[in-house]
Design a protein around this ligand. Structure first.
Ligand SMILES: Nc1nc2c(ncn2[C@@H]2O[C@H](COP(=O)(O)OP(=O)(O)OP(=O)(O)O)[C@@H](O)[C@H]2O)c(=O)[nH]1
Ligand SMILES: [Mg+2]
Length: 240
């Protein structure tokens, strides 16, 4: 399997991920492998447009000639079997692109061990050296996804105009982990107002080397995606 993974065998990758999911320990070669692929975490309340945004993100990365692996994680709701279907649907146009790998991970079979599993799964993906960017989609509704999101090098929190779900997100500490905030569905009323409010809130934070930017996007129209990718790159450079 190690050889197959090295050769970029997609079926081997799928199988190895399933093994990692099922708590099979990784071999030393996998554990010790160093690889620089950027792990980008995208989190936010249900329905804010994470999958649509990721779909647009994939489009742009592919246009730039970059490969991308996407993991869709739903740690909070063992009952929402439908969410994965939605994720798949939103990204289905990439199903036949060998430069895109999409995998849904269910929390149903994991009690508390999801983080460890995701870390191992990311190691497996990195070991192949085949994916420039790894995107991690998590539903931001509680503490466990905050933990999952910490695995990412760059954490993007997706919000929508107006304040409802956002407040929930803040309570859950989702905002605390954000490296980049993005207001999606900016075609809806109130986007600029929400951006202003968020920026005002961020100014209350202690100063740090990285000022968390507030971006805007309309994922359904591919708007704001280039700026998002540029900002992720800028963040990567600034934290190196
Ligand atoms: N108006 C508008 N609708 C959007 C935009 N982005 C996504 N949507 C719609 O919002 C709905 C939810 O989008 P998803 O991408 O599935 O959202 P999600 O955050 O991945 O949802 P879960 O995975 O279920 O948490 C879909 O009907 C999208 O078409 C946008 O920029 N503007
Ligand atoms: Mg989704």
């Amino acid at each position: 399997m190690i050889n197959a993974l090295r050769n970029g065998d997609i079926r081997a990758l799928s199988r190895a991920i399933t093994l990692a999911e099922n708590d099979v320990p990784l071999s030393d070669q996998l554990v010790n492998h160093k690889n620089g692929s950027n792990v980008v975490g995208i989190t936010g309340a249900p329905g804010v447009g994470k999958s649509t945004l990721i779909n647009a993100y994939i489009n742009q990365l592919r246009a730039d000639g970059k490969t991308v692996a996407v993991l869709c994680v739903d740690p909070s709701s063992p009952t929402s079997g439908g969410a994965f279907l939605g994720d798949r649907l939103r990204m289905s146009e990439h199903a036949n692109d060998p430069g895109v790998f999409i995998r849904s991970l269910s929390a149903r079979n994991h009690l508390g061990g999801l983080c460890k599993n995701i870390e191992n799964i990311i190691k497996v993906i990195k070991f192949t050296n085949a994916w420039d960017t790894i995107i991690l989609e998590t539903v931001g509704a509680g503490q466990s996804e905050v933990e999952v999101a910490k695995i990412a090098n760059c954490k993007i929190v997706v919000l929508v105009p107006g304040y409802g779900d956002e407040m929930q997100a803040m309570k859950a500490g989702i905002l605390e982990i954000a490296d980049i905030l993005i207001i999606n569905k900016s075609d809806m009323p109130g986007a600029h107002h929400s951006a202003k409010e968020l920026k005002a809130m961020l100014r209350l934070r202690p100063k740090s080397d990285w000022d968390v930017p507030v971006l805007m996007s309309t994922a359904t129209e591919n708007e704001g995606i280039c700026e998002l990718i540029e900002t992720v790159e800028r963040f990567k450079v600034s934290t190196h």
